[in-house]
Ligand binder design. Structure first.
Ligand code: ADP
Ligand code: MG
Length: 289
């Protein structure tokens, strides 16, 4: 693709994160729809070359469980970068669960199983490419109108992250305890974030602090996640023992005892999911109907 300011037409704003803004966009030469994330960066050309080098690796990533990366371009004054990626018209899981919550409903366990399985398959794929995601959370799990579930926003460009000088970039409430405490980062840390995301999507609410607890400031909340008991799902709320156990294993605080994504695929909850036939295309159509 010949990605430039002249060939990419930005459309509606899809959302905003700590790193930048995401737009729906059109690639003029072929009319292809895509998503474009724009971020303010250091205008130094040497830094741009390094970012491009690091991001070019993303173009080789191809999996049904990963959002495709098309390429990048810089704006004319070189102060912002545009990353062009596959557009997922079913939206992100944070928007989806908020929609379900507004209807006073909750997500089915079969769909939750497909989400967990897809995220794990995406993480296994990335790990085989020597990539740790580092930012698994509901807004980075996207759904296509065909019902495919895909991961986006995996951190591969250290230079890009460094050049976006902003407080708390890369610090998130989905971080595993070992990361909050400044320890090493391994594939297991992504499994913690998956467990937290599954509990959030199941309960239609971010699990920290627990219901009834007074609100916490940023640092207090981060400290709370390290010190307090892990969130859980309960059979008394109608969740299966397999699902409750699955999230408990994901949310093992001690990283050396937490399984890798590959090991989590062997969990009985995933075994049950793989045996079930769940129509995700129908599900996503009903969510947005
Ligand atoms: P965050 O992930 O922290 O919410 P982002 O800037 O990464 O912030 O994304 C902002 C929003 O844009 C997301 O919540 C998501 O709903 C939407 N979005 C991001 N990428 C895509 C995409 N490829 N297709 C459709 N929507 C997207
Ligand atoms: Mg994101």
């Amino acid at each position: 693709l010949d990605l430039r300011m002249e060939t990419v037409e930005l459309g509606n704003r899809l959302g905003e994160g700590s790193m930048g803004t995401v737009y729906k966009a059109r690639y003029r030469p072929t009319d292809m729809v895509m998503a474009v994330k724009t971020m303010t960066v250091d205008p130094d050309p040497a830094i741009h070359r390094q970012i491009i080098r690091e991001l070019s690796f993303l173009r080789t990533c191809q999996s049904d469980y990963i959002v495709s990366f098309y390429g990048t371009f810089f704006d004319e004054d070189q102060s912002s970068i545009a990353m062009c990626i596959e557009y997922c018209d079913g939206g992100s899981l944070d928007a989806i669960y908020k929609r379900i919550r507004d209807r006073q409903a909750r997500i089915g366990e079969g769909v939750l199983g497909k989400i967990a399985e897809s995220v794990l398959r995406g993480l296994v794929y990335l790990h085989d490419q020597k990539i740790i995601h580092r930012d698994v959370k509901p807004s980075n799990i996207l759904v296509s109108s065909k019902g495919q579930i895909k991961l986006c926003d995996f951190g591969v460009s250290g230079e890009l992250v460094d050049s976006i000088a902003q407080t708390f970039v890369g610090t998130s409430f989905y971080m595993a305890p070992e990361r909050i405490q400044g320890g090493g980062y391994a594939v297991q840390s992504d499994v913690w974030s998956l467990g937290l995301s599954i509990v959030e999507i199941a309960q239609n609410r971010f699990p920290f602090p627990p219901p009834g607890h007074p609100p916490l400031a940023f640092i207090e909340l981060v400290d709370y996640i390290v010190r307090m008991p892990e969130p859980e799902l309960h059979e008394s709320d109608g969740w299966s023992p397999e699902l409750c156990h699955f999230v408990a294993v994901c949310l093992t605080k001690e990283p050396s005892r937490r399984p890798s994504p590959k090991e989590m695929l062997l969990h009985p909850f995933i075994g049950r999911t793989m045996a079930a036939s769940i129509d995700l295309q129908r599900w996503i159509r009903e969510v947005w109907a």
